[in-house]
Design a protein around this ligand. Sequence first.
Ligand SMILES: *Cc1c(COP(=O)(O)O)cnc(C)c1O
Length: 424
Amino acid sequence: MNHFDYVNGELCAEDVPLSRIAAELGTPFYCYSTATLVRHYTVFRQALEKAGLDATICFALKANPNIAVVRTLAGLGAGADVVSEGELRRALAAGVPAGRIVFSGVGKTRRELELAVAKGIMQVNVESEPELRALSEVAAARGVRMPISLRVNPDVDAGTHAKITTGKKENKFGIEWTRAHEVYRIARELPGVEVVGIACHIGSQLTDVEPFRQAFSRVRDLVAILRADGFDIRRLDLGGGLGVPYDAATDLPPHPDDYAAAIAGSLGDLGCRIVLEPGRLLVGNAGVLVSRVVYVKEGATRSFAIVDAAMNDLMRPALYDAHHDIQPVAEPAAGAPRAEIDVVGPVCETGDTFARQRPLPPLAAGDLVAFRTAGAYGAAMSSTYNSRLLVPEVLVNGHGFAVVRARPTYEDMLALEALPDWLE
Ligand SMILES: *Cc1c(COP(=O)(O)O)cnc(C)c1O
């Protein structure tokens, strides 16, 4: 459920018509709904409670690192899953307590590990033996033992897009399932780390609980092996990955209740604290990208709606062939005819296409359209390709809204660059 609905013929975010924001700010812009963020977090937390799980929810910042979004979730009790120094600094700036921050990622630098140790975060999820040794050195130099989980790669097929599958043995993530015990034994001998658990994240946008069950069952086996060898395994970090409905007509991802029941069924009796790292699930449906039609062009074989947003603003269609529902901001008349149209951006790449042959009500230049389910991996993945300015972000709360990331100016953009003295 989300809070983007037509009210009096206008698509609104909660009680704010999107056209009002467009008039004030120009287009394109991202718009997030506080009520939707609160609702998603609450539904997820309640699902875990109903399943009787002792769980810590660490929002995966990479899905939407805007500090106003992170602060909204932190205010509800969320921790953070970070994958870089920048994300760690954002989480702290947004008010997430260090004791609820997990550091994931396959290539943490020494500098990043030092910051994690200095800030005293909850745990580092270690993804390789060299990283394990580096972290131990960094922590031991400060006279501390850093709590760690090893991220294991359970070699299961998440059944999602190849570019966001992470838990197969040929993927770069984690420590090979079959080598995990050996690496745990190495960890035990190192002075700067303390093994507290196991971590596992098999992919993103999963639309079936079965791959999760397979992974959990492998985690369970590993808990038994490690406990039998004297390890005090007390935390299980099960990553994120639960999918959201991008295509309202066809997508039916599992409800958080079913996901929580799968966790409880596989791992609930082990006496471990469960750590979860949902990203997309919390923010995906809580955001839209609003754009204006610049031209409608009749091509040789099809029509194109050329909009002022592009692949640099919302990369998912170009990168993953992802579907985003598209709605006119002005509600079409009941029974308005629909015609197939390609919705494209102005960037000089054929990949800059948001939808092909999408049945939509008639569009005209100047119309506003909303790309739905753009709150996750939307603004987060944006760039300035084609020297386009980063898109501003707006957070709505009831009747009010605030710009939570301003549109930069062209002067800002040019000021980041400099001419070397020989070119001046
Ligand atoms: C990307 C990622 C997540 C979040 O994934 P979602 O599909 O957005 O829930 C969680 N944990 C790790 C380690 C990740 O890389």
